[in-house]
Design a protein around this ligand. Structure first.
Ligand code: ZN
Length: 213
């Protein structure tokens, strides 16, 4: 029942459009709810847009759209202008709102029910301020780029305090699988992602706010 542009993550429920280059475009999550189709990020550029448009029109997804934006980077929100109110509801972190100027701001855990159980949660991240994650049916969690580092004066770094908070937040999730944007392996085991982050955190140095990689 799905077009070839979609990767199936969970039958009849969770799909994705793979990330692309030129222009850089993040993975898009497409989740079939009872009354709404939920998109996690909307990608960037004409190619991602037409793949998304094609999927939404041919695969019998509900026409009412809920969009959850992971963070403000253009490869995740670039195609947002294609979606219009009133059929579309947008959720995002406070910092992301500065770039979109539309939709709702999420500052604490938010639960939605639409055939699926959705859990939106603020996610401390070195990569981008105001990151938001999405847990579905306590089984899968879309994390966008939140587990990645940032660049400071050309050096790849994690903020040690933020990383610790991020590990705690992720540890508390019930989902067994984490979905990481731009990765060849989009769906990863929660445990293995947490082990990698803990390994990075173990390299922190006393009185140094940043962990340099
Ligand atoms: Zn990013």
């Amino acid at each position: 029942m799905t077009g070839s542009s979609l990767t199936t993550i969970q039958q009849n429920c969770i799909y994705s459009i793979k990330a692309g280059e030129e222009p850089l475009s993040a993975d898009i999550g497409i989740i079939r709810g009872k009354k709404n189709t939920l998109l996690f990020d909307v990608g960037n550029g004409e190619k991602a847009r037409s793949l998304l448009q094609n999927a939404l029109s041919t695969d019998s997804f509900p026409s009412s759209i809920i969009i959850v934006l992971s963070h403000f980077h253009p490869d995740h929100i670039g195609n947002l202008s294609y979606f219009n109110a009133p059929e579309t509801t947008i959720f995002q972190g406070e910092n992301t709102y500065k770039y979109t100027n539309c939709g709702k701001i999420v500052t604490r855990d938010l639960y939605l029910e639409d055939g699926n159980r959705y859990h939106l949660f603020p996610l401390p991240s070195s990569h981008a301020k105001g990151s938001l994650g999405l847990e579905i049916n306590e089984e899968y969690a879309f994390l966008g780029d939140a587990t990645y580092a940032s660049r400071k004066n050309g050096i790849v770094v994690y903020n040690a305090q933020i990383l610790l908070e991020e590990i705690k937040t992720l540890n508390a999730l019930k989902a067994r699988y984490f979905l990481l944007s731009h990765q060849e392996q989009f769906v990863q085991e929660k445990q293995s992602v947490l082990e990698q982050l803990q390994e990075i955190y173990s390299h922190r140095k006393k009185d140094r706010p940043y962990i340099e990689l």
